[in-house]
Ligand binder design. Structure first.
Ligand SMILES: Cc1cc2nc3c(=O)[nH]c(=O)nc-3n(C[C@H](O)[C@H](O)[C@H](O)COP(=O)(O)OP(=O)(O)OC[C@H]3O[C@@H](n4cnc5c(N)ncnc54)[C@H](O)[C@@H]3O)c2cc1C
Length: 302
């Protein structure tokens, strides 16, 4: 990366240098990112991305880092964070929220406004950008059930995309195949409901999560996608891996599809455990598990 890059980026956005990705992910794992940029407007984002493309500098937009397994290596590029894109507006029964908003905070705001639809998301520690990208979901609901349109930056233009064009499926969206597109905001359609009813549902879901998930330990949520035939946790349980540990990474005792950072785990510890689980499950059940957690900055591994 050329010497004047930092100076040019500094004119566009707030920039931090050499920031460990472990401080930007819920797993608390990951080597340093050379630069982290915090654009505060679409104009700044456009200028920043144009500069990085022109200079052929790798970059990645991240949300709350709750679905990322970053390698221990240095990321020689720019992490773009949309934390300053945190405005939201209620318009009638719809909620327009910028990509950096916390989906947990929004689901509580919707509840206070007597609007139902985001209860399922009230325990997902993620950003609007991240939940849209992943089509995150729980309790048989997912973002695609409530997203009406997505405001996206693609090919140098900002435009609204209708939900029908987002190719949403189980934990999938078109944004996963167009990784250069940036989600700026989403328009979420909600329906009026009694505030107390919404609150009760959210409270019961919170209790369920607290009793079934290791929320006191760093993790990235469920590690594997559920195969069609059988939930991933049953397979992991079946190979006897509850509590299995490699280095600082451990299969949670509380929820076996969670691998927690028990004690200063490296990315390598985590991935070794993942690989071992995949191998044993395949040998025992002839089922191939696929990671739901995304690996980032693993240049030497497919
Ligand atoms: C305790 C815990 C519980 C969880 N529970 C659930 C659950 O119930 N259901 C579920 O589905 N998931 C769950 N997850 C996983 C995770 O929260 C989701 O996958 C979520 O969608 C990730 O959002 P994020 O903002 O953290 O994105 P990140 O992890 O930061 O990024 C994920 C991907 O989205 C891309 N991305 C992020 N923002 C943008 C943007 N603005 N434009 C373009 N691309 C973008 C990133 O480049 C990356 O590829 C859980 C995780 C934890 C730690």
């Amino acid at each position: 990366m050329s010497n004047d890059l930092l100076e040019l980026m500094n004119d566009i956005a707030e920039i931090e240098c050499d920031v460990p990705l472990s401080t930007m992910t819920t797993l608390r794992i990951g080597g340093p990112a050379r630069y982290v940029a915090y654009p505060d407007s679409t104009v700044a984002l456009d200028a920043l991305v144009s500069l990085l493309k022109e200079r052929k500098v790798p970059y990645k937009v991240i949300g709350k880092g709750s679905n990322l397994l970053c390698s221990d290596d240095v990321f020689e590029g720019v992490i773009i964070r949309l934390d300053k894109f945190d405005d939201y507006y209620f318009i009638g029964n719809d909620l327009i929220a910028q990509a950096g908003c916390s989906i947990i905070a929004l689901s509580y705001q919707a509840m206070k406004n007597g609007l139902s639809g985001l209860e399922f998301a009230s325990g997902i520690p993620a950003s609007v950008g991240g939940v849209t990208f992943m089509n995150a979901g729980a309790y048989k609901s997912s973002m695609s059930d409530v997203i009406d349109q997505v405001f996206v930056y693609r090919d140098g233009k900002f435009e609204w995309m209708p939900c029908s064009e987002c190719e949403f499926a189980y934990r999938k969206s078109i944004f996963q195949t167009h990784t250069d597109w940036i989600i700026i905001a989403a328009r979420i359609h909600l329906v009026p409901k009694d505030v107390n009813e919404i609150r009760e549902l959210m409270d019961s879901r919170r209790e369920r999560r607290m009793s079934s998930q290791p929320l006191d330990k760093p993790s990235a949520g469920s590690v594997f996608r559920n195969p069609e035939e059988v939930p991933a946790w049953k397979l992991i349980e079946g190979i006897g891996y509850r509590g299995k540990r490699i280095g600082g990474a451990m299969v949670s005792e509380k929820h076996v599809n969670f691998i927690v950072n028990e004690d200063g785990a490296s990315a390598r510890d985590f991935l070794s455990l993942v690989d071992e689980i995949k191998e044993r499950v395949e040998a025992q059940y002839q089922i191939r598990l696929h990671m739901e957690v995304e690996r980032f900055n693993w240049p030497n591994r497919k």
